[in-house]
Ligand binder design. Structure first.
Ligand code: TXA
Ligand code: MG
Length: 319
């Protein structure tokens, strides 16, 4: 927990948290800050509320949602955790890891939220405001990223509000998201643990806990959200660009002269900083209406794996 997050929590006070929990209990949608990206939350057990999420995002109903809970004990009642899932929860929660495991309490996370699957994706977020709302509400809250389907995930309150704020009964401003990329998603089912979506918790961090991960290539069906042209701004995206062409915006990485249309993800070449800036800079670049958004090469190590995953999808390269 950072000083900034604690400050945000104080600024809001328990009153706003209680109001958000009440909105969830009444079947409403809530704009919820997390440490990864802003979420669009609803009562996971309420099919009508969950249907409103799919409607607000324009999200296909075959794409299941992540259930957010306040603590590991609650997660382990809703999902069937084996030793590996428990070890991952212990190592990375609260935090940016989502665990897909068999569903144990099917009424807690309704069929629609799971897109009819016998598994559930679950995580304990680290953001103090999210945790306060989850504790006050008392049950699991499904929250996809608060963007309309196919658009970059929102990492600031303003971006989140402009995407889906008009559909919400309550909206909490938790400041800019510290991580800036969605959670890592792993499946802990039969066989080795599978990486379904690279994210803030890196491959190396996961392998230190559960050993070598299985490749995700044949897993498209298990993570139906992993479609091409996800996270896409309006302008086309050109990745691995050594320099911008005339008329292009440029997302630089490392030392690069400042200039019109240049957005430097991290002048010092820091991957965590680049991850935190990625989605808001894609949106900022979009606002100057460039022919193309060119993006500098990003090293594929550590957090770079997740950054490059999002960039390939923004560029439409992943089927
Ligand atoms: O960081 C995050 O995870 C954010 C914040 C708000 O928590 N949420 C988020 O949710 O990114 P969403 O809905 O945009 O992405 C959920 C991903 C999708 O790729 C979906 O297909 C996958 O998780 N997923 C959900 N349930 C699943 C399941 N039972 N099996 C496999 N994949 C699942
Ligand atoms: Mg999303």
């Amino acid at each position: 927990d950072t000083g900034q997050d604690q400050g945000e929590l104080r600024a809001h006070g328990q009153e706003e948290v209680v109001r958000a929990a009440g909105a969830l209990a009444a079947g409403g949608l809530v704009l919820l800050p997390t440490e990864t990206v802003y979420g669009l939350g609803a009562d996971a057990s309420d099919p009508a509320a969950v249907a409103a999420i799919f409607e607000a995002k324009g999200r296909p109903r075959f794409n299941p949602l992540i259930a957010h809970v306040a603590d590991v004990a609650t997660a382990a009642r809703i999902a069937a955790f084996d030793d590996r899932a428990r070890a991952l929860a212990q190592a990375f929660w609260p935090g940016p890891l989502t665990i897909v495991a068999p569903i144990a309490d099917a009424s807690a996370v309704c069929d629609l939220a799971r897109a009819g699957l016998e598994t559930v994706a679950i995580r304990v977020p680290g953001h103090p405001l999210a945790r306060a709302v989850l504790t006050a509400f008392g049950g699991p809250v499904v929250a996809p990223s608060a963007n309309r389907s196919g658009r970059p995930s929102p990492t600031t309150f303003q971006d989140a509000f402009s995407e889906t704020g008009d559909k919400c009964a309550a909206a909490l401003d938790g400041g800019p998201c510290q991580v800036g990329l969605e959670s890592t998603v792993v499946a802990v089912l039969d066989g080795p643990v599978r990486l379904l979506r690279p994210g803030a918790v890196t491959r190396a961090q996961l392998e230190a806990v559960v050993g070598p991960l299985a490749e995700a290539d044949d897993d498209a069906k298990r993570s139906p959200g992993r479609l091409a042209l996800h996270y896409a701004p309006d302008a086309p995206v050109r990745i691995n660009a050594e320099a911008p062409n005339v008329g292009e915006a440029f997302l630089a990485f490392g030392p690069w002269p400042e200039g019109e249309g240049v957005f430097n993800l991290s002048p010092t070449g820091d991957l965590a900083q680049a991850a935190a800036n990625l989605f808001s800079y894609l949106r900022a670049a979009d606002r100057i209406a460039p022919t193309t958004i060119a993006v500098a090469p990003i090293p594929d190590q550590g957090l770079g794996e997740a950054i490059n995953d999002r960039l390939r999808r923004a560029a439409g390269f992943v089927g």
